[in-house]
Design a protein around this ligand. Structure first.
Ligand SMILES: [Fe+2]
Ligand SMILES: [Fe+2]
Length: 206
């Protein structure tokens, strides 16, 4: 990464900090950017795109339910029944809209990674996987398998996707929480046997 691009990242981080207005969420966003960048470098992908998507992925995460619904409706973004039932899921697609509107992101790869970071999706690019995995496996996520899964992600993105999706669904199957349809579709697409569950977003407070 050039010095100019690093400066751009620092400036973007300053704006994200102000937009989020909460240090915990900002620190999480910076960690996701850092870990996405590490995965991108390891897998020969665009580190700048990974870091940008990681930094911006949770722009709407702290919005209350009513605001998520209102802002998606104002932009005429489609809202599926499962999203209306669980509006927190909308922070991914609204976050992509905010990245475009407020940060001038026009890169479809970056916007896709932001939009898919919560539920995953049946079709995911390597960049989509990197941001999803960085969000799931950044070091503040506290679950026993995290260090092993991070090492796996450094070696094999698809294998790590399978394991994270499996653990996510297993966790929610135990809780009896229904899966978001894109998560089930992602699990099927990645070849994960579904115990029937939901999304990693609901699985962690951050
Ligand atoms: Fe999120
Ligand atoms: Fe996140």
């Amino acid at each position: 990464m050039t010095a100019v691009r690093s400066l751009e990242f620092v400036e973007m981080a300053r704006l994200v900090r102000a937009a989020l207005g909460q240090e915990n969420r900002y620190a999480h966003s910076v960690r996701v950017a850092r870990y996405a960048g590490l995965l991108a470098r390891r897998h020969g992908l665009d580190r700048g795109k990974a870091r940008t998507a990681g930094l911006l992925h949770d722009l709407a995460r702290l919005y209350p339910k009513a605001r998520l619904l209102d802002e998606c409706e104002a932009r005429r973004l489609p809202i599926a029944p499962y999203e209306r039932a669980h509006p927190v899921l909308l922070h991914a697609k609204l976050g992509a809209a905010l990245a475009r509107e407020e940060f001038g992101v026009t890169d479809g790869d970056v916007l896709s990674a932001i939009e898919k970071h919560t539920t995953a999706a049946p079709v995911m690019s390597p960049l989509d996987c990197i941001v999803y995995l960085a969000d799931a496996l950044e070091p503040a996520r506290e679950f026993a398998e995290r260090p092993r899964l991070w090492r796996l992600a450094l070696r094999d993105l698809r294998a790590a996707m399978r394991e994270v999706l499996f653990l996510t669904m297993q966790h929610y199957a135990r809780k009896g929480v229904p899966a978001a349809p894109p998560t089930l579709e992602a699990a099927a697409a990645f070849g994960v046997a579904a115990p029937g569950a939901a999304t990693k977003e609901a699985c962690a407070s951050n």
